[in-house]
Design a protein around this ligand. Structure first.
Ligand code: ASP
Length: 603
């Protein structure tokens, strides 16, 4: 990117390293930066000097500038330097075509060492894979000097700049909401902050700005967005941080179509703005595809389907209603299902098939049936339990041709879907069915409002309790209610999700009740929202995106940590500052907190 403003000349520099170009030839330039690399060559010393914009070659010649040359001799990688001298064209045989400044060099007349550097714990130059991430995180300021990291942060900046540009143009105001607040309703564990002034009381760090953005709509703000830090005290996974960033959006007097419309134009705008310079940017054709939730589950076993390949799931129970095969029959009679997919014509060795069975069990299935279509029937250990008509019916439903590998799971629906949906993805990857060049972005719409949580014996929201039901809400059959909700999914990963919200206190109370939040609890936790709804709440809705995830994908980075300046480790440590850390006894005392050491030790 050459979008660097000209510098105001000072005693350190009058141009950027990366801009020692044609127009500077035969004139003096002064640059400053870090020593990237030094080389001695027949009396001359060459130094690559680096700043954020790039690298320029410096030449120290003992005959032209003895003092400077002596300094050059002592320079070590990462020393900080300012130099000046004439810019000249390199001789043709020394041109470096890989560098934008590779045709030129600066002949140093004066040099001053501005800061010494210790030997860094890893080389900055080159992105050596052998440095452990812990070392990189411990010295993040050095890691961020690497080109790849610098580019990731540049991309992140360009993404948020493009978001602001687009949303500003559409009349959205950027509004900040509190970081010290009450527990919010996304359903994860809160990070708590003890209050000194009200001993025994706690703030919660927001899991999202959900309630505040809704209050902004009640306030008549119409269109809000925020690049908001959110906190969820969950076990950090490879692609999750307990502290993460959302692009949060809300708007009033809108339908699902309105929210989707502005959001797909937002995505298209952001992608266009960063196309040049990002690793992987999808081409969007608007309007984007939409898929109903039920269909997504039926065909792909997940509400985050990767549509870039087939291997679609098929319901098979119909062909097996009368089956004598006890395993299938008892599952079907017990309200479960037999489902499967056609994995295509392939001949994996027995060991791989066994591996698939173990994998299915790991994922929660009791077993996995594999079969190859052979003639009208199957070659499979299970074939002998099934009648000829049944096999024909199964082959037909699975679209099986001679030699195709068929994989089936019999269980309750959520299990068949989850297991087959996951196998589908893993096998597509294993067999190279996923094209890196194709992108599929899809809106998942028409969600159920709630799902039954058998462990807790209650209904849970699929999104959150403020999501509006589609049409009237019947408190007697909450499982039937559909939600005005939508998620946007990119190649099998959720980028964002949201909904039209409930804007009437009576409906909100009914939904709380169905979720097992009784009136007293609702009042205690969300009374301020219910009260606000009493003062004229417009219909409203919005969405939130995981910003880290979006940038990670655009950057082609392996983890979201690579697009966060100062991330935490998987176990939540900040290796740079050493957080979390113990605090002084007096601080605890002020807060009225005492630590039960015994419990911690046993932890
Ligand atoms: N607050 C929701 C979330 O963080 C998103 C939304 O409904 O706008 O998942």
């Amino acid at each position: 990117m050459s979008d660097f403003p000209a510098l105001r000349a000072n005693t350190y520099r009058d141009t950027w390293c990366g801009q020692v170009l044609e127009d500077r030839v035969d004139s003096e330039a002064r640059v400053a930066g870090w020593v990237h690399r030094t080389r001695d060559h027949g009396g001359l010393t060459f130094v690559d000097l680096r700043d954020r914009t790039g690298i320029v070659q410096l030449v120290f010649n003992p005959d032209e500038a003895g003092g400077a040359h002596e300094l050059a001799h002592r320079l070590r990688a990462e020393d900080v330097l300012t130099v000046s001298g004439p810019v000249v064209r390199r001789s043709p045989d020394t041109v470096n075509p890989d560098l934008p400044t590779g045709h030129f060099e600066l002949r140093v007349r004066e040099a001053e060492l501005l800061a010494d550097a210790e030997t860094p714990p890893f080389e900055i130059e080159g992105y050596a894979g052998d440095v452990t991430e812990d070392v990189r995180l411990r010295h993040r300021y050095l890691d961020l000097r690497r080109e790849r990291m610098r580019e990731a942060l540049a991309l992140r900046h360009r993404v948020t700049a493009a978001m602001r540009e687009f949303l500003g143009g559409e009349g959205f105001y950027e509004v900040e909401t509190p970081a010290l607040t009450r527990s919010t309703p996304e359903g994860a564990r809160d990070f708590l902050v003890p209050s000194r002034q009200q001993p025994g009381s706690f703030y919660a760090l927001p899991q999202s700005p959900q309630l505040f953005k809704q209050l902004l709509m009640v306030a008549g703000l119409e269109r809000y967005f925020q690049i908001a830090r959110c906190f969820r005290d969950e076990a950090t996974r490879a692609d999750r941080q307990a502290e993460f960033t959302q692009l949060d959006v809300e708007m009033s007097f809108v339908t699902v179509d309105d929210v989707i419309d502005v959001n797909e134009r937002l995505l298209a705008h952001v992608f266009d703005r960063v196309r040049d310079g990002a690793e992987h940017v999808p081409e969007l054709t608007l309007p984007m595809e939409r898929l109903g939730y039920d269909e997504a589950i039926d065909r792909f076993g997940t509400d985050r389907p990767d549509l870039r390949f087939g291997l679609e799931l098929v319901g098979l129970s119909d062909a097996l209603r009368e089956t004598e095969f006890k395993v299938f029959r008892s599952v079907i009679e017990g309200g479960g299902a037999v489902r499967g997919f056609n994995a295509g014509r392939r001949e994996p060795p027995r060991s791989e098939l066994d591996g698939l069975i173990s994998r299915a069990q790991e994922l929660g299935a009791k077993g996995l049936v594999w079969a190859f279509r052979e003639g009208d029937g199957w070659r499979s250990p299970t074939a002998k339990f099934l009648g000829a008509d049944e096999l024909r019916g199964l082959n037909e439903r699975l679209g099986a041709e001679e030699g195709d590998l068929l994989l089936l799971v019999a269980d309750e629906r959520p299990v068949t879907d989850a297991v087959l949906g996951q196998l589908r993805i893993e096998l597509a990857e294993r067999w190279g069915l996923v094209s890196d060049r194709e992108d599929r972005l899809v809106w998942i719409v028409d969600w159920p409002l709630m799902e039954w949580n058998p462990d807790e014996g209650r209904w849970d929201s699929l999104h959150h309790p403020f999501t509006s039901p589609a049409g009237d809400f019947d408190p007697d059959s909450p499982g039937e209610a559909r939600a005005l909700a939508y998620d946007v999914v990119w190649n099998g990963q959720e980028l964002g999700g949201g909904s039209i919200r409930i804007n009437r206190a009576d409906v909100q109370k009914q939904v709380f009740a169905a979720l097992g939040i009784d009136a007293e609890e609702a009042e205690a936790r969300f009374g301020f929202l219910l009260e606000a709804f009493g003062y004229g709440a417009p219909p409203h809705g919005g969405i939130a995106y995981g910003l880290d995830r979006i940038v990670q994908r655009l950057a082609g980075a392996e983890t979201i940590r690579d697009v966060i300046a100062f991330p935490k480790t998987a176990s939540g440590y900040d290796l740079l500052t050493g957080a979390p850390a113990t605090v002084e006894e007096v601080q605890l005392k002020e807060l009225g907190i005492s630590i039960h050491k015994r419990r911690l030790a046993g932890h």
